[in-house]
Design a protein around this ligand. Sequence first.
Ligand SMILES: Nc1ncnc2c1ncn2[C@@H]1O[C@H](COP(=O)(O)OP(=O)(O)OP(=O)(O)O)[C@@H](O)[C@H]1O
Length: 319
Amino acid sequence: MIIETDRLTREFRVRGKGAAALRRNTLRAVDELQLRVSPGESLGYIGANGAGKSTTIKMLVGILVPTSGSVRTCGLDPHRDRRRLAAEVGVVFGQRSQLWWDLPVRESFDILAAIHRLPGSDARSRTAELIEQLELTDFLLTPVRQLSLGQRMRAEVAAALLHRPRLVILDEPTIGLDVLSKQRLREFLITERQTHGTTLLLTTHDMGDIERLCERVLVVDHGATVYDGSLDGLARAAGSDRTLVLDFVDATPDLTGIPHTTHLGSEVAGARQRLAFDSERTTAAAVLAAVGQQAELRDLSIEEPDIEDVVRRIYQARR
Ligand SMILES: Nc1ncnc2c1ncn2[C@@H]1O[C@H](COP(=O)(O)OP(=O)(O)OP(=O)(O)O)[C@@H](O)[C@H]1O
């Protein structure tokens, strides 16, 4: 296992508000988390603000000590073996930098290569690989403080991956990035996993990140896991339907009687209709066959459930 936790818990002592300000309360940020991640997996970690994601990551890399329970990362005790763990893990905190603000990007890489004691030839070839794949050439000699956010994030990712860590942890890697920078970063991470078998754990509020990068999704609420499984399964768990968008040759009466479907609406006098269908109980093909008996189809598409919606539903179901 790359990550293995057993009832991992972290509490904070916080002051209450108003009249309760004198009392100290205990806030449980991570609540008995059971997590096992195998080598090569890519895991998306989702949850509302304050759900406990950053606290978990800090325990995984040894910055914070658990209140109770246990955690092993790459077979090590993260807090006790922080030095050794640093050789195995690369971390990117979207909001914080590990580059030297006043130095050109290139020099930050050289310093990091020295810190990780990479042999000269290895450091050169890896740096060249990252510069090419993350398209850093144009600003290698620019001081970090002058970079745009998109440029800096790409440099941060290169810095975190320079020593070829087995596990890469990214906390909100695409926050604030424009579409193109996001796309570049995602493509790079996909290639990196394919070529080096890197394990990936990322927290994000951007469902595009999850869709493109993660095979497995973990949803947390108030420090506890409420879902752990595939992205497809997440939609099913929330009971979300897929939707068929049907375009007909002619105006068509509302198709309300097709088994296991819900008629969501009609436009242009029924020439376009939307039917939600329960993919556990029927298939798109069966729905289309039934529809075809009533009207002549011109075109169709299937809309997958919106993940943000799905997560919202899971949260609501727990309230
Ligand atoms: N050092 C601390 N002292 C007191 N409370 C803390 C501390 N760090 C985190 N918390 C609290 O623990 C809870 C979990 O915070 P955490 O930062 O782990 O959430 P998160 O899921 O990463 O949120 P976000 O998406 O906003 O980054 C929050 O209620 C937060 O206020």
